[in-house]
Design a protein around this ligand. Structure first.
Ligand SMILES: *[C@@H]1O[C@H](CO)[C@@H](O)[C@H](O)[C@H]1NC(C)=O
Ligand SMILES: *[C@@H]1O[C@H](CO)[C@@H](O)[C@H](O)[C@H]1NC(C)=O
Ligand SMILES: *[C@@H]1O[C@H](CO)[C@@H](O)[C@H](O)[C@H]1NC(C)=O
Ligand SMILES: *[C@@H]1O[C@H](CO)[C@@H](O)[C@H](O)[C@H]1NC(C)=O
Length: 264
């Protein structure tokens, strides 16, 4: 009975510690940045910046399967955006395969903005974590791969695009985005630090904020830790840069949790 309780406690902490309620990704080579913040229990905001022009679009997409090139795009939940100075669009779309692209019948994006400045488009949108649109939006309460594309031509007008040419820029986040349990994070912050020693306080607060940062330049101390842990969110590619301070903090939190459980 007590063993079962310990197991539940551990499983709960493990799941919570995997959530990344806010974070950012930078690919310095491609000059792409993505920032995300959970702003309430079912809403997440994304700010995405990528190279673009006044004839081009960029898109950010979620996928349940690993996709490593434009040609592999299939069943992807995407946000397409562009700005030509006169008009901008930010559209909720569904990509059944690399050659087709549908405007969602239900548009579930809010507070959208796309602004071209110099050679960069900044796209801002909020969307539900669990969307009411079950057919053309993926559930971000489950871990999803995040893909981005840029430098593709818009077909038709910017007020009402009719199509999108194949983009020349493609990339993916080296880890999955996991927003589940973000609404529980604040309660965790009040309970855990009080039961641990001073040395680990800093580490725990990092994990509680569940921030995660990935950059192409980062040297990853935690890469070894990440591979040694049976986590479903482990780095999608072989690049070790995917793991982060957040991941390391998560692993430490789990170790601390194990220590607590052993003393219960
Ligand atoms: C993005 O949109 C949100 C909501 O409209 C707004 O509060 C925020 O300031 C915007 N951020 C940027 C960088 O445009
Ligand atoms: C969109 O973002 C740009 C740049 O931040 C800003 O100047 C503009 O006012 C925003 N437009 C809307 C509709 O929020
Ligand atoms: C990116 O995430 C890291 C780690 O959480 C944080 O320290 C940093 O301020 C974030 N950067 C931006 C631009 O939000
Ligand atoms: C950034 O993009 C380049 C070019 O596609 C890729 O080789 C590199 O692995 C990317 N870095 C990260 C951190 O994703």
């Amino acid at each position: 009975m007590q063993g079962l309780l310990k197991l539940f406690l551990l499983a709960g902490l493990f799941t919570i510690s995997l959530a990344q309620c806010s974070g950012n990704f930078t690919n310095e080579t491609q000059q792409v940045t993505i920032d995300w913040t959970v702003i309430d229990s079912n809403t997440v905001n994304f700010i995405y910046t990528a190279p673009s022009t006044d004839t081009q679009y960029t898109a950010l997409a979620f996928s349940s399967q690993l996709i490593t090139s434009v040609g592999e795009l299939a069943n992807v939940d995407a946000v397409y955006a562009g700005d030509n100075g006169a008009d901008f669009f930010v559209q909720d779309r569904w990509v059944p395969n690399a050659l087709s692209n549908q405007l969602d019948t239900e548009q579930n994006l809010q507070n959208t903005n796309a602004s071209l400045s110099g050679d960069f488009l900044t796209v801002n949108f909020t969307r539900p974590i669990i969307s009411p649109d079950k057919n053309q939006d993926l559930d971000l309460n489950m871990c999803q791969y995040v893909i981005y594309v840029f430098n593709g031509a818009v077909i038709g007008s910017f007020s009402s695009p009719t199509g999108f040419n194949i983009p020349s820029g493609f990339g993916l986040l080296p880890m999955q985005l996991c927003l589940q349990n973000c609404q529980d994070v604040s309660s965790l912050s009040t309970t855990i630090p009080s039961s641990t020693g001073t040395m680990s306080t800093t580490t725990i607060s990092t994990s509680v904020q569940s921030s995660s940062s990935i950059s192409s330049g980062s040297i990853s101390v935690s890469a070894t830790t990440a591979t040694a842990t049976p986590t479903p969110t482990a780095t999608a590619t072989s690049t070790p840069s995917g793991a982060s301070a957040g991941m390391l903090a998560s692993v430490l939190l789990i170790m601390i949790a194990v220590a607590i459980v052993l003393y219960v």
